[in-house]
Ligand binder design. Structure first.
Ligand code: MN
Length: 185
C-alpha cells in the first residue's frame, strides 16, 4: 500500500522544521477528530483537516470557515497530513514549505453524516471521492452540520466549498485565538 504521507514528507526538510514527520496510525474505534489551524503563511488562511483512514485530509480555506449557511467558503485541497499534526503549533522557518506561524484554531470530534440520494449512509472516504461529504462537528468553536462539496476538477486542480448546514448551531461569531494555548498570531 502506498504511503499516503509521501507528498507531505517530500515538501518538508525535517531538519529545518518542527512539524511532525508522521508515522502510520492504526485505526481505532474512537470518534474521528478534526482540526482547523490558522496559518499566517504567504497569505493568511485556515487549514481544515478531517481524520480519514489514519491521516488528516486537508483543505486550505482562504476566508476561513463560517457559521452562516449563506457563506460558501472556497476550500482548496492540500496534501494529506499525519495525525500528529492535530496539535502542531509553532513557526515554520523562512524558506521552508508553508513558512509562517501556525496555531490550533479549533479541534474536536466529528460524525460522518454523508448519505446518498436514497438516504443510505456513505463512508467518509467514499463521500470525499464522490466530492460530496457532510459531517457534524463537535469542536470548541465549530459545532453542528457542515458540508464539503467539490465544484471543479480540472487539470489536477480541485476546488471545493465548505458550507455550514442550516441547524440550531448556525450563526454566531468566531474568535481568533488558539483553543490549545490561547495564543494569537
Ligand atoms: Mn496552510
Amino acid at each position: 500500500m502506498p504511503d499516503r504521507l509521501t507528498t507531505y514528507r517530500k515538501k518538508r526538510d525535517f531538519n529545518k522544521t518542527d512539524e511532525p514527520e508522521g508515522r502510520p496510525v492504526k485505526r481505532r474505534s474512537r470518534r474521528p477528530i478534526f482540526v482547523v489551524q490558522l496559518h499566517d503563511a504567504s497569505s493568511l488562511h485556515h487549514d481544515f483537516r478531517l481524520e480519514d483512514e489514519g491521516v488528516l485530509k486537508s483543505w486550505a480555506v482562504p476566508k476561513g470557515p463560517s457559521t452562516d449557511p449563506k457563506d460558501k467558503r472556497l476550500a482548496v485541497p492540500t496534501e494529506d497530513h499525519p495525525m500528529e499534526y492535530k496539535s502542531f503549533e509553532g513557526t515554520i522557518a523562512e524558506g521552508e514549505y508553508g513558512a509562517g506561524t501556525v496555531i490550533v484554531w479549533d479541534t474536536g470530534t466529528f460524525r460522518n453524516t454523508s448519505h446518498d440520494k436514497g438516504g443510505k449512509e456513505i463512508p467518509l472516504a467514499d463521500a470525499l471521492r464522490r466530492g460530496h461529504a457532510s459531517f457534524f462537528l463537535e469542536g470548541k468553536k465549530l459545532r453542528g452540520g457542515f458540508a464539503l462539496n467539490r465544484f471543479r476538477k480540472q487539470g489536477g486542480r480541485e476546488m471545493w466549498l465548505l458550507v455550514k448546514e442550516s441547524d440550531q448551531y448556525a450563526g454566531g461569531k468566531l474568535s481568533d485565538e488558539s483553543v490549545l494555548t490561547g495564543r494569537r498570531l
